[in-house]
Design a protein around this ligand. Structure first.
Ligand code: ADP
Length: 484
């Protein structure tokens, strides 16, 4: 699939440190999840390379910070334009290594690029403040300054957007960044890095360290325990988030964590049923169910439950499953065999405990899983408690609003939540009662660069995107002027 890139030089297989493409002693293979075929061999960087990247970023910090926000924003805007210019190639690279349908990949390039544009603009609005004095001889000022060298460890499910959402605010604020992309999807990250080079990013300001699973752990340790690295941003599993948090304790590092979700999707009796079904479809089956904001558990109120299940299943059966490069395909492969095994285990567990299979429930070929709807699901089943990360829609029947809220909140996660209702009182009540960082009301799609994305409880720390998204990359400094 990569033979047809309009600009073959976007296929990079080396790491980027201090503005130089760096080879490594060993390489690791990147595979196409739709076919299992090898796409490329990528440099497997390690702890020594990571130390070199940290040193390069440290050297790059002073001159980058010294530029005006407008100057940094200009570099970012050139980068943004290049992502758009090369969107088709970036989408092809993404579909090849990640599997999502080409149209979805194209959408992610636009979404990923939008964070660069947004933070290029936000850089100029990093306002300080003056505080009314309580002492005639003194004046109180507050300024905001870049935190320093930042690190980002990113997942495979959004190979570009999860990088730009972290890197753009850091760069805009004046911080150099070191990125360790997911081992499944380094090609998208490296292509984006090549475009950063073309945009005129100074050496050392943006570094990318591709690595296999084993070396990723070593690189993670070096980043977490480095005194020079002042902030770590991570998107991935809660389990790895806990490890990184522990490791960062040694240097009391600032952390932004975007971890697992277990999103409830509640449909009340007063909902517009067709709209709820469409919302459930996009929230559930986008990226084959492999997003941290995908509806994980669907709650349908008794009055509309049967109709909802029937309509959802009817629409799920229409979804075209296949290789993301084939025209019309809406649902691609799962990322790898462990992902497939988890989905199968969740379905088997639900059926063993008495759930009813309405549609799907099995593999389509070796690497795809049919869009699935399960009814008669209970809170005890694994698919209710754990993030499935696959195209499974488990539906649970409920009676009252209070019951739905209690069920929805009964989890250690708190990222996205959704509900459908046309009653304005209920919309307020339920929005306030859901213990989640994000609530979608009468919509299954909530992400955009302008809004604060993030979770409560064990879903993470901090917010990405929006004006809040740059806060984590800034320190607040209080200056007291005396002897006035
Ligand atoms: P997923 O389950 O989505 O693959 P992970 O949390 O395992 O999510 O991985 C997300 C990112 O974290 C990837 O870039 C991966 O290489 C990296 N990673 C996984 N384990 C560690 C670790 N112990 N230290 C540092 N990075 C890690």
């Amino acid at each position: 699939p990569l033979a047809t890139l309009a600009d073959p030089s976007l296929l990079k297989t080396a790491g980027l440190i201090d503005g130089e493409w760096i080879e490594a002693g060993s390489r690791f293979a990147v595979h196409d999840p739709a076919t299992g075929r090898e796409l490329a061999q990528v440099a497997n960087l390690g702890a020594v390379d990571c130390a070199a990247a940290i040193a390069a970023a440290e050297r790059a910090w002073a001159p980058w910070r010294a530029k005006t926000a407008k100057e940094r924003g200009a570099v970012l805007m050139r980068w943004f334009a290049l992502l758009h210019q090369h969107a088709d190639d970036l989408a092809r690279l993404m579909t090849a290594e990640q599997g999502k349908p080409l149209a979805e990949a194209r959408g992610e390039v636009t979404y990923g690029a939008s964070f660069i544009e947004w933070f290029a603009e936000e850089a100029r609005r990093v306002y300080g403040e003056t505080i009314p004095t309580t002492d005639g001889n003194k004046r109180y000022l507050v300024i905001r300054q870049p935190v320093g060298v930042c690190a980002a460890i990113t997942p495979w499910n959004f190979p570009i957007a999860m990088i730009t959402r972290k890197v753009a605010p850091a760069l805009a604020a004046g911080c150099p960044v070191i990125v360790k992309p997911a081992e499944q999807t380094p090609l998208s990250a490296l292509a984006v890095a090549e475009l950063a080079q073309r945009a005129g990013m100074p050496a050392g300001v943006f570094n990318v360290l591709p690595a296999d699973a084993e070396n990723s752990i070593e690189i993670g340790k070096v980043l977490c325990t480095s005194d020079v690295v002042r902030h770590l941003s991570f998107t991935g599993s809660t389990e790895v988030g806990r490890i990184l948090m522990k490791q960062c304790a040694s240097t009391v590092k600032k952390l932004s964590l975007e971890l697992g979700g277990n999103a409830p999707f509640i449909v009340f009796d007063d909902a517009d049923l067709d709209s709820a079904v469409e919302g459930a479809l996009v929230s559930k089956y986008r990226n084959a169910g492999q997003t941290c904001v995908c509806a994980n558990r669907l709650y349908a109120q008794a009055g509309i439950h049967d109709a909802f299940v029937e309509k959802l299943a009817a629409r799920a059966r229409q979804i075209a499953v296949g290789n993301g490069f084939e025209p019309g395909v809406q649902l691609g492969p799962l990322i790898d065999e462990p992902a497939m095994a988890k989905v199968e285990a969740h379905v088997a567990d639900a059926l063993a405990q008495g759930a009813r299979l309405v549609t799907g429930g099995e593999r389509v070929g070796e690497r795809f899983f049919a869009p699935t709807v399960l009814a008669g699901v209970t809170p005890e089943m694994r698919c209710s408690k754990e993030e499935t990360f696959g195209p499974i829609a488990p539906v649970i029947k409920f009676e009252t609003e209070a019951e739905a809220i209690e069920l929805a909140n009964a989890t250690e996660f708190g990222l996205a939540s959704y509900f459908y209702s046309r009653d304005i009182g209920r919309i307020w009540r339920v929005s306030e009662a859901l213990e989640y960082g994000m609530v979608g009301v009468n919509t299954g799609l909530i992400s955009t660069a302008e809004v604060p994305f993030g979770g409560v409880k064990q879903s993470g720390l901090g917010r990405e995107g929006a004006r809040q998204g740059i806060d984590d990359y800034l320190e607040t400094k209080y200056v007291c002027l005396g002897d006035i």
